[in-house]
Design a protein around this ligand. Structure first.
Ligand code: ADP
Length: 266
């Protein structure tokens, strides 16, 4: 058996770019088809699906001020609304995968994760193990979780990747997003941004320098931060970042075929 953690990025399965509370059903349903097709071909493959929630999380967290501790009734209400919205993204993903005949289970983050001042205090891996044992694909989204100091705090999809990667040693993490991978600058704002095909400890310094050439100091800092965060999330597990908007990308990468992407091993 080989285990792969698949992230369906918020920028690809929700209308994050337009800041709309809408699911991108075209991308979600096509991804479901591609997952189904891969699992038919590779019966040894097991998946954990992690969904980004885009505006369903970020916009609510900002609107109800949920990032620094929950004190007011309005904030409590905001937590309820946010979690209903994030669970909606999760259950729509469940439906999309069930529609193509896959067995899946939504594990809401607040059932398994507890934080203290926004840092993970505990993360219960048992429900994931149980689901995988039963040949069921577990699905978890970013969401608000109980927090010892803050009552509730946001837990990102990346935290789920970090925890499941650390506790279950997957062979790789594949991250579908709305651009082809990691570029020397934000490709949406800089037409000269170049795709970085491979990032390892050997070329990390060079990559960061490359980013410096085509971007402001600020962006370089951002890129450095992005990569450092990713390295901490992946904890040595190889990863590939690619666009979910390109048909067959997900299927091909899960089958081990070459696609346009950034491959990371830090
Ligand atoms: P997701 O929600 O899919 O997990 P994010 O929104 O966190 O993805 O990241 C993807 C976005 O990051 C892209 O839409 C892109 O505009 C932006 N971005 C900023 N800097 C970079 C960069 N150097 N390389 C690639 N994408 C970048």
């Amino acid at each position: 058996m080989s285990l792969v953690i698949l992230k369906l990025g918020g920028s690809s399965i929700t209308k994050k770019a337009d800041n709309k509370f809408e699911i991108d059903y075209d991308t979600l349903n096509r991804s479901a088809q591609e997952i189904k097709s891969v699992l038919e071909k590779d019966t040894e493959l097991q998946l954990i699906v992690v969904c980004g929630v885009g505006p369903f999380g970020h916009t609510n967290v900002t609107k109800y001020d949920l990032n620094h501790g929950i004190e007011t009734e309005e904030q409590e209400k905001g937590v309820g609304i946010t979690n209903a919205d994030c669970d909606f993204v999760g259950s729509e993903t469940v439906k999309a995968l069930e529609k193509v005949g896959l067995k899946v289970k939504l594990i809401s983050g607040y059932e398994v994760c507890e934080q203290k001042s926004k840092k993970v205090l505990s993360f219960d891996i048992e429900p994931y193990k149980k689901a995988l044992d039963e040949k069921i694909i577990p699905i978890t989204t970013g969401i608000m979780v109980p927090d010892e100091d803050f009552k509730w705090s946001p837990m990102s999809g990346d935290t789920v990747i970090a925890q499941t990667a650390k506790q279950l040693s997957p062979t790789k993490v594949v991250m579908g997003t709305d651009v082809d991978g990691i570029f020397t600058a934000d490709p949406k704002h800089n037409p000269n941004a170049k795709l970085i095909e491979k990032i390892t400890n050997e070329n990390l310094g060079e990559v960061l320098e490359q980013c410096g050439e085509s971007a402001s100091v600020d962006v370089t800092g951002g890129m450095k931060g992005k990569l450092e965060k990713l390295a901490a999330t992946l904890n040595g597990v190889p990863a590939e970042i690619f666009s979910l908007f390109v048909e067959k990308n997900l299927e091909n990468t899960l089958l081990g075929k070459e696609i346009k992407s950034t491959k990371i091993k830090l």
